[in-house]
Design a protein around this ligand. Structure first.
Ligand SMILES: NC(=O)c1ccc[n+]([C@@H]2O[C@H](COP(=O)([O-])OP(=O)(O)OC[C@H]3O[C@@H](n4cnc5c(N)ncnc54)[C@H](OP(=O)(O)O)[C@@H]3O)[C@@H](O)[C@H]2O)c1
Length: 344
């Protein structure tokens, strides 16, 4: 049995879902992979939950909310880097803080600190990867640790596992994706007759869209994902400024419904395609009309999908995957398993 020390940064929807999934899968992880996961600390902005041993969720939260005042496991001002240093190399940081696409923080500092301490990192947050993926990748290589990004790149839908491993040896000649469940849900419901405002309201009422949906509906979540996937798969260094982004707020119900009557559909499609100049790619996110024969045409509701066009393996499409915190937690868990599982 291998015991894996973990530090979870951020205890919001995904951090909490990760805790409950770990508890649910505890015996399975031991039996199938010989892994025991011990969360040594959970970091919030003002400090860490830390008790000197593996933490249980009851030491972190009460009534589902983080419990700091009067909690013997709450250490205000305690730093993640100190816990990593004290534990020694070989653990894994589980990055679940907010995605700040301008500064990359706080994830950038957490991941960098983990690498300097000889720890691997798995990320659900996108900020650090949007701002500094090439540098993080280089640092991980220098320190001999893994950086895994499934949680940040459409989570339960395998995107990088396909692009980096399943397509090894093939040349990727284009990528297309429906990478955001919220906007796909809204467009699907518009195809069924709701107008934009009604579909958004329904998505919010069902907990699919955030109270402030701008990040999703304006296309930036999709843009971040296609950027990270492209940089990782092509070993490139594009920035968010290189992505042309148009969201779905201006899409009319008439447009979506007339497309549907013609057997087509409107999707917020992310595209990475080679430009005419050698070695340059264009990255684009926009509401797009797609034919019924397109491999992503039947990706509806909160589902997502990705198509890779390759030179030697043809077109490869993956669809599905849960779009919620539990799906994101499952993607983090998958990455941890794949870092530590015995080779076969
Ligand atoms: N929700 C999903 O389905 C999903 C799916 C895939 C990926 N993601 C990504 O996963 C990340 C987490 O998502 P979420 O839904 O869990 O967001 P969330 O509920 O807003 O959680 C973010 C957490 O980070 C904490 N935080 C803020 N600054 C921090 C710092 N300096 N150190 C440690 N913790 C800090 C926040 O604490 P306070 O509340 O006290 O500020 C909050 O607990 C995001 O980057 C998101 O883009 C989410």
């Amino acid at each position: 049995m291998k015991t894996v020390p973990l530090v979870v940064t951020g205890f919001g929807n995904v951090g909490r879902a990760f805790f409950s999934l770990m508890r649910e899968k505890k015996e399975d992880l031991k039996r199938r992979y010989g892994l025991a996961l011990d969360v040594l600390a959970v970091a919030q902005a003002e400090g860490c939950f830390y008790s000197g041993g593996p933490l249980e969720v009851r030491q972190i939260s009460q009534g589902g909310e983080p419990w700091t005042s009067g909690n013997p496991s709450w250490r205000a001002e305690m730093k993640v880097a100190d816990i990593i240093e004290e534990t020694g190399p070989g653990g894994c940081l589980v990055e679940c803080t907010l995605s700040n696409l301008e500064t990359g923080e706080p994830g950038l500092s957490y991941i960098t600190g983990a690498f300097h301490g000889g720890w691997h990192a798995v990320a659900a947050s996108k900020g650090a990867l949007v701002v500094g993926f090439p540098a993080l990748k280089a640092l991980a290589a220098e320190k001999g640790v893994f950086l895994k990004l499934s949680g940040a790149t459409a989570a339960a839908l395998p995107t990088l596992d396909v692009g980096l491993f399943s397509l090894a040896g093939a040349r990727i000649e284009g990528i297309q994706g429906i990478l955001n469940g919220t906007t796909n849900y809204i467009l699907t419901r518009m195809g069924e007759g709701l107008d934009y405002a009604e579909a958004l309201q329904e998505a919010q009422a069902r907990g699919i869209a955030e109270p402030d949906p701008a990040h999703d509906v304006d296309g930036w979540d999709t843009a971040s994902k296609i950027l990270i996937i492209t940089n990782a798969c092509l070993d490139a260094d594009y920035g968010l400024k290189d992505v042309q982004v148009r969201g779905i707020a201006g899409v009319s119900v008439d447009f979506v419904q007339s497309a549907r009557r013609e057997g087509r559909s409107v999707k917020l499609l992310a595209t990475a395609s080679p430009k005419r100049q050698a070695g340059k790619w264009s990255l684009d996110v926009r509401p797009s009309l797609i034919e019924a024969t397109h491999p992503l045409a039947n990706v509806n509701g909160t589902e997502k999908g990705i198509t890779f066009l390759t030179d030697s393996m043809g077109s490869v499409t993956v669809t599905g995957g849960r779009s919620n915190p539990r799906g994101a937690a499952a993607a983090l868990l998958k990455d941890i398993i794949n870092i530590y599982r015995p080779a076969f």
